[in-house]
Write a protein that binds this ligand. Structure first.
Ligand code: ADP
Length: 644
């Protein structure tokens, strides 16, 4: 059986009993019932079935009417009166439920605020008054109105409807999990015992001024129990109080109209509402604290994410306002070489040694104007640091407004590499132009010779030289293209056998007609490596080219290549040795620099890019490359690549 169904059957069971308990409890005064649960139980039943389709709801109302009618008839009331009684008894909880739902202005039954509790109380009183005016209380003729007896009935009915309604709204309709911690069992047992003592103390002699005792369990429970726990406690107090009614020598009875016991009734209302309100407010407070902590955690997470993002940026980010520097990321510290002071009056140029591009200290007033007041997007280029550590920073600023405050966002962008690249490109371009100009002049010269003397001998010689010149130009252009490709830095590694790469390379050199310059190879390459085949081939091709270029023209070039497992596990070491002129002494490192050329020796001069590219290719694979002169003549180039 589901929870919902269990609740329904429980309330239906209570409702079958409710009219009987009420109609049968006229002990002390024949006009006034000792207990009157009909309105309260009816209201709770309606809250459980309220969501049913209209037709079914009407059926439930009709069934309630029948129960009241049958019970009244069984207890000796005339059928006409019993029917009227039943009708009014069903009308009251319906009016109460409808009024509560409408006035509360929010879906659901559980009171959330003091205003909801007030609405429930008002609905209970108004609907109870309606029953009295319609003559729905047994023994209360409409002609008696207005009377103290009516007041009694209204009070009695309202107390049962309000207290019962409040308790069961919480117990049946509160779906939220408790935010308050459950108390220990011995605390609950102690509270129940004290509550029972207080209720007995109060009802033992209602004429004594002991009613305040009821407040004790309410305050205690409301301050320490969960909301549901408080509802149970309130129910328990109400049941104990109602139980007192059935004790012999009933002290709860009425001595005259509006006796001290009525004050106790009102106190039950007040203490129940008070206890539950207290618990609800604590619950709301606990939830708010939880929500606040959650928000705090969220904003902390967001803040640290933002900080992590800012710190992960290569650009320096600084926020400044009227007070000075508000925040900055770690890239700023790195770019400027030290943490930023927060003081607005700080002299930027002196603090960080900011210079103009030609090395003078930057005028601080200009800097401050751009940083604090300049136009959005205005840019400055400053130099920071000296010598090899010097960097060029592009500083831009823009205004940002947040939450009514205005700040400036400064971005520091390291353009050192960019500037170096621009410099490199322009020197590269002039280098290429220079390199092409040489062979072009040669070409022009020989064309002129042929023009002047077009005899076959001259023509043959001129053609051979012209071909050399064009070959030279081809070489320059190829180096240039390779340089551009490798600068892009894309790598597609795969497993390759070194000897296959070299065999392919040798064959394509032969078929390209380089026979006359072809070296003699001595190969010992048993290893397989993980490398980009195209780049690896280009690397080896460069080395072979150099071996040929830097061997005296009348010597046969020799290239010996061998591979070994490197000392570092997982790496293969490849050595390419020749018997040429040898690396210029003391230039074992410089020869790898871009555009570095040794003295003109060997067969032809290059662009100074070949070895720079070669080392870069090795670097892209994670390896190292070195070169040295062989004691017996020639040079050896050694590089490492990942083993397959
Ligand atoms: P390039 O050959 O175009 O001048 P490289 O970067 O290939 O440029 O070589 C740079 C310098 O290194 C060469 O000018 C030469 O002096 C030296 N070098 C390169 N390879 C060898 C070699 N196998 N033997 C002797 N010197 C070499």
């Amino acid at each position: 059986m589901g929870r919902q169904a269990a609740r329904l059957w429980f309330v239906v069971g209570c409702y079958l009993l409710a009219p009987y308990l009420g109609l049968d409890s006229f002990e002390v005064d024949p006009r006034i019932a000792e207990v009157w649960p009909l309105g309260g139980v009816g209201f709770v039943l309606l809250t459980v079935v309220w969501g049913l389709p209209r037709r079914r709801l009407l059926l439930v109302l009709a069934a309630m009417l029948v129960v009241c009618f049958v019970t009244a008839v069984a207890l000796g009331e005339p059928p006409a009166y019993a029917a009227w009684f039943g009708l009014v008894a069903v009308l009251q909880p319906w009016v109460m439920a409808a009024a509560y739902r409408r006035l509360r202005g929010a879906p659901g039954w559980v009171p959330r605020h003091a205003a909801d509790v007030g609405t429930l109380l008002a609905a209970a009183i108004a609907s109870s008054l309606l029953v009295g005016l319609l003559g729905g209380y047994p023994g209360l003729a409409v002609t008696d109105l207005p009377s103290k007896v009516l007041l009694w009935w209204v009070l009695r009915n309202a107390v049962f409807s309000f207290v019962g309604g409040l308790i069961f709204c919480v117990l049946f309709h509160r779906e939220r999990t408790e935010a308050l911690p459950a108390s220990a069992w011995y605390h609950r047992v102690g509270l129940a015992a004290v509550a029972a003592l207080c209720v007995v103390g109060t009802y033992h002699d209602p004429s004594l001024p002991l009613s305040w005792l009821l407040i004790v369990p309410s305050v205690w429970g409301g301050m320490t129990l969960t909301v549901r726990g408080t509802a149970w406690l309130t129910l328990y107090v109400a049941l104990v109080a109602a139980g007192m009614t059935y004790l012999p020598q009933n002290q709860f009875g009425y001595v005259g109209l509006l006796p001290a016991a009525s004050i106790v009734d009102l106190l039950v209302v007040a203490s129940s509402a008070f206890a539950l309100l207290l618990a609800l407010m604590r619950d709301q407070r606990a939830r708010l604290i939880e929500e606040l902590a959650e928000r705090g955690r969220e904003s902390e997470a967001q803040r640290s994410l933002l900080e992590a993002v800012l710190d992960a940026m290569d650009e320096g980010v600084v926020v400044v306002d009227d007070q000075g520097v508000r925040s900055h990321n770690s890239a700023t510290r790195q770019l400027l070489g030290r943490p930023l002071p927060t003081d607005r009056a700080m002299a930027w140029s002196e603090t960080f040694g900011l210079q103009t591009l030609d090395g003078r200290l930057f005028d601080d007033a200009t800097l401050r104007r751009v940083l604090y007041e300049g136009l959005d997007g205005e840019r400055l280029e400053v130099r920071v640091g000296h010598g090899a550590d010097a960097r060029v920073l592009e500083v831009s600023a823009q205004s940002v407004s947040h939450g009514g405050d205005a700040s400036r966002l400064l971005l520091l962008h390291d353009v050192t590499a960019q500037r170096a690249r621009v410099r490199e490109l322009s020197s590269f371009a002039s280098m290429v132009a220079h390199d092409l100009r040489g062979p072009l002049t040669v070409l022009d010269g020989w064309l002129e010779v042929v023009e002047d003397d077009p005899g076959p001998e001259q023509a043959d010689a001129a053609l051979a030289r012209a071909r050399d010149a064009s070959e030279r130009m081809r070489q320059v252009i190829e180096d240039w293209l390779n340089y551009a490709v490798v600068q892009e830095g894309r790598l597609h590694p795969e497993v390759v056998a070194l000897d296959q790469v070299v065999t392919g390379l040798v064959e394509s050199r032969r078929s390209a007609g380089l026979d006359h310059d072809e070296p003699r190879f001595h190969l010992d390459l048993p290893h397989r490596v993980r490398a980009d085949p195209g780049l690896l081939r280009q690397l080896l091709d460069n080395l072979v080219d150099n071996a040929v270029k830097y061997t005296a023209a009348d010597d046969v070039p020799l290239v010996s290549m061998r591979s070994r497992a490197d000392d570092e596990p997982g790496w293969v070491r490849v050595e390419v040795a020749d018997r040429g002129v040898g690396i210029p002494a003391g230039q074992e490192e410089q020869i790898f620099e871009e555009f570095h050329r040794g003295p003109a020796e060997g067969r032809s001069q290059g662009t100074g890019l070949g070895l720079a590219l070669t080392r870069r290719i090795v670097g892209m694979h994670g390896g190292r490359m070195t070169a040295h002169r062989n004691p017996e003549g020639g040079s050896t180039f050694v590089f490492t690549v990942p083993a397959a």
